[in-house]
Design a protein around this ligand. Structure first.
Ligand code: CTP
Length: 482
């Protein structure tokens, strides 16, 4: 079969390889994605000879000043190449034969043939090579039937899976990630080997694990990969909190739902509406506090009171362990986990202006994402219940728009600041300032006073007067009492 790879780098590599008298191939993901018609921006080149020498020669041909990054330890070299406004990463390696020691990912490497190189790759669909030399340009070298596996939609390893996974345990996660991204099936023998070797994931760094986890979350139906992570037992080694959601308990004939399956459904629901990774994370963690707050109450049955607060507190610990960013993205996930019940509570009751105003104030610009998460959270099997929630949510959304138009609460900044209060009454930071500030904020959110400076100022003066505070000349610094 002839494969027509079109990127200009292939012609240059082919020509240089011809001149150097070595064979060069495009290999791995780029060949797989060609057949799947998926976009890709990384190109891997393997040659039977020195990958570093070939990379340097090719780079010289493109631009004498081109920077080539050489990794002598791995026998690889890499540079970037701008084409069609995309920065392509071109990586070169010499064909190798590799063997690994049990407790390390550092392989013992020797020069090898193309077949040796293909043997040591992770999956048959990732082990296909396309020749770039002029005499065999476009020839597909596919010793393990990768093309058939692509067609059948299966994932399997070129060698005995126990060997492939033991060589690099990250591949167990990669198998699940590809299954999730491509809706492929992992062949039973291969999946069994993942279950048998799951514990070895411990030697892989958390950064690499969460990079795969994020790719699973970003796939079209993340539940496919998440379920496989659970079934393979891999999950328990890096994300036990998620596994703890699994299970149903029954007492006095009353059962609670299985929160693991419920979470998977919510993540899929969110994924249908949004590509945002962090919103998907919020969906994944929205009920993470449930196992720790589960109680059985004789009158109420199963309860999970405070699971949103407990869950929000767990986010930081989980993000830290998984080496996920601890910046605004984490704060966003915490906030959504914390607030995820609020719209339900509002929708379940009479939808008052003041409850909606408070929700807008706390969610700020994340209100639309929060509403999306809450709507995704309706997974009841009872159609009537689902319908009632959906209708109440419609009402909440309508009120959110009306109130935002009227009161501008979304990016609410109190019209009277703490500094205003301190300067007006000659105070330093103290309890009274907080009391006045909160009372004004509450009055605005409850709709007792309008959201403007005049009304807020008036209220400040009245409150301060009741507290016995005296106004001072704001220009005199001496009047500040600390
Ligand atoms: N590979 C491997 N074992 C790994 C990682 C990679 O055998 N643990 C091989 C596979 O042949 C893979 C190629 O190296 O196709 C390139 O790896 P990488 O760029 O990480 O992945 P891709 O397959 O290109 O897929 P993606 O870009 O989606 O990660």
């Amino acid at each position: 079969m002839d494969v027509e790879l079109t990127h200009p780098i292939y012609d240059i590599v082919g020509q240089v390889a011809d001149e150097m008298g070595i064979d060069a191939y495009a290999v791995g993901g780029v060949v797989r994605d060609y057949f799947l018609q998926r976009p890709c921006s990384d190109i891997d080149i393997v040659c039977v000879g020195s990958g570093i020498a070939l990379a340097k020669e090719v780079a010289l041909r493109i631009d004498p000043h081109k920077e080539v990054h050489v990794f002598h330890n791995f026998g690889t070299a890499q540079f970037t190449y701008l084409y069609n406004n995309v920065e392509w990463e071109i990586e070169f390696v010499g064909a190798r034969r590799e063997s690994y020691q049990r407790d390390s990912r550092k392989p013992i490497v020797e020069d090898g043939t193309l077949q040796d190189d293909q043997n040591r790759r992770d999956f048959t669909i990732n082990a296909m090579a396309v020749c770039l030399n002029s005499s065999r340009r476009g020839e597909l070298v596919d010793p393990f039937g990768g093309i058939i596996d692509l067609d059948r939609g299966v994932i399997r390893t070129p060698l005995d899976p126990a060997v492939t996974f033991s060589d690099d345990p990250l591949r167990m996660l990669r198998a699940i990630r590809f299954a999730s991204q491509l809706h492929f099936v992992i062949l039973p023998e291969c999946f069994q080997a993942i279950q048998n070797n799951a514990e070895r994931i411990k030697i892989i760094s958390m950064e690499r694990i969460s990079s795969e986890l994020n790719k699973i979350l970003l796939s079209e139906r993340p539940s496919e990969g998440l379920l496989l992570l659970y079934k393979s037992k891999l999950l328990s080694y890096f994300f036990p909190e998620l596994e703890n959601l699994k299970g149903v308990e029954t007492r006095g004939g009353l059962s609670h739902k299985d929160n693991f399956y419920h979470t998977l459904e919510v993540v899929d629901n969110v994924a249908r509406k949004s590509d945002d990774l962090w919103l998907r994370w919020a969906a994944l963690l929205h009920d993470i506090g449930k196992p720790a707050t589960k109680r059985f109450d004789e009158k109420l049955g199963w309860t999970f009171h405070g699971h949103e607060v407990k869950g929000a507190k767990m986010v930081g610990r989980i993000f830290r362990r998984l080496r996920l960013p601890l910046d605004a993205k984490m704060k966003y996930v915490e906030k959504l986990v914390m607030l995820h019940l609020r719209p339900i509570v509002i929708a379940d009751d009479v939808v008052t202006d003041s409850a909606v105003r408070r929700l807008l104030f706390e969610a700020g610009d994340d209100i639309d994402d929060l509403m999306l998460l809450c709507e995704a959270d309706i997974t009841s099997k009872q159609e009537a219940k689902k319908k009632r929630f959906r209708e109440n949510y419609k009402l909440v959304r309508q009120k959110l728009v009306e109130i935002e138009e009227k009161d501008r609460i979304r990016n609410f900044q109190p019209p009277v600041s703490g500094l205003d209060i301190m300067q007006t009454f000659g105070l330093g930071p103290c309890h009274e300032v907080g009391v006045i500030k909160d009372a004004i904020k509450d009055a605005i959110l409850d709709g007792t006073i309008p959201n403007n400076r005049d009304a807020a100022w008036q209220m400040m003066l009245t409150l301060a007067n009741n507290m016995g505070l005296k106004q001072v000349d704001s220009k005199s610094d001496d009047s500040i009492i600390m």
